[in-house]
Write a protein that binds this ligand. Sequence first.
Ligand code: SF4
Ligand code: SF4
Length: 63
Amino acid sequence: MALKIITSDCTVCGTCEFDCPNSAIRMKSETYVIDPAKCTECVGFFDSPNCVAGCPADCIVPA
Ligand code: SF4
Ligand code: SF4
């Protein structure tokens, strides 16, 4: 289970990097990417994906 960022819609605001409890989101080549090996969809931390809740561009979706 993992999510992905639609990079064409991402404003590179950086919010999601700090919202992720697993440090799964990092800047890479001037955009943000989610490491599918680290993303657990926030199970055990939050009731729903925390990055989705905080993204102002609504550009984080199921992979
Ligand atoms: S769903 Fe949770 S674990 Fe996965 S990238 Fe978003 S904040 Fe991180
Ligand atoms: S919170 Fe959304 S718009 Fe901001 S960097 Fe993350 S994916 Fe991009």
